[in-house]
Structure formats: C-alpha cells, structure tokens
Design a protein around this ligand. Sequence first.
Ligand SMILES: [Zn+2]
Length: 235
Amino acid sequence: MTTESLTQLVAMSNTLGRPENDYVILGEGNTSAAVGDGTFWVKASGAELRTAGPEQFARVDLERVLAVLDGDAVGEEQVRQQLSGAKVGPAAVAEPSIETMMHALCLRCDGVSFVGHTHPTAINVLTCSKAFEQALSGRLFAEDPVAGPQPPLVVPYTDPGLALARAIRSRLTPYIEAHGTAPKAIYLGNHGFVALGATAREVELITATAVKTARVLVGTFALGGPHFPGLGEAH
Ligand SMILES: [Zn+2]
C-alpha cells in the first residue's frame, strides 16, 4: 500500500505539473496521498510537480501534523521544524511542504485519499477578481463533479502555511456539518485551488473540470455575468 499510493501520487503530480496544463510553474503546488495507516505522503518543499520522483515526497504522521495546527509555532521556520518532526522516516532527506497541514485536514475527511493543490492560471483569474465569491455562488452545468452535488468551499486570502491551514479548518468543519460530506474542491482567494479525491484520477478530473469552468465563468462576464439555472441545492 505504501509503494502503491506513492507510485500513484508521483504519476498524479507529474500530470498536474505538465506545462501544457498551465496549473503550476517551477516549485508551485503540492500533492499528497494517504497510506492508510495514519500516515501520508506529501510533496517535499521546493520540489517541482512536473519532475518529482518518489524521493521528493516525505512520509508524515497525520496526527502529529494536525498537532502543529494547535501548537505554539511562531513563524515559518518553527513550523518547518515541527513538520520535520512529524516525518515517519526522520532520516529521509525530503522535508514536507509548508502546506502539509492543509493536506492533513483534507486527508482526514471521509472518502479523501488523494489531494492536489495547484495554482492554475485560469482559476487564479477568478480567485484574484473582485467577483470571485459571486462567480462561484451557483452551478452552471447539470454534470459538474466540482460544483455538485456538494458546492465548492471558498476561502478568502490568507497567508500560506499555518494561517491558511487554520482558515481552512475553520470553514471545513462547518461545511462538513452542513453538507454531511467533504467538498470536492476548495478555492483559495488570490492563491489557487485544492482538489480532494478518492483516487488520483479523481483529483486530475476535478482539477481539469474546475479549470474549464473557470474559463467559462470568466467569459460570462463579457455578456453580463453567469446565469445559474437553479441546478441542485442553493448555495
Ligand atoms: Zn499554493
């Protein structure tokens, strides 16, 4: 299971990192996969999704990562030290991404085994716009794995790392209480996108669909803004 989840994670990361997708450049974005024993693999800090191999992922203990959220870390350096302390193989060279807490919050949700965080240009046109939250407030298509049946979670801009993870946690808990399930997609204001999937393939599909929807949404503003035909639940 360890090797299998890592193999799938590497392939998913390389796919998300393909230049033609325009989801990330250089070391942007990070990905993770649950092992199934209370640990997960997460991309190493600074590694490129496009070229990352198995050695560029760190294995960490989920509960120890979540403990960093409630801990007393001040500043990025202390957060990095505490994340390093959550590594299952402490001798491993790869150091976990600063967004590892965000991945732990997603992977502890029922049905979520793979997570892909990217900065797609098409989606960031949306998340960097004044009409960001309004544009995501409805559902455009009957068949939409991102917007329905459960709506996406929207998180306004917060500094990356610990502050962002805490902001996600404060919105994810009430979301799950309201909808009975985790979102498939999280939009981060002035930052990017998170896909939560049961499989690596689902993360790729959610991301690709969200990018297409973002392009359509942005286009609608040339013709008066999006028309939501009242599909599914109101949100
Ligand atoms: Zn990011």
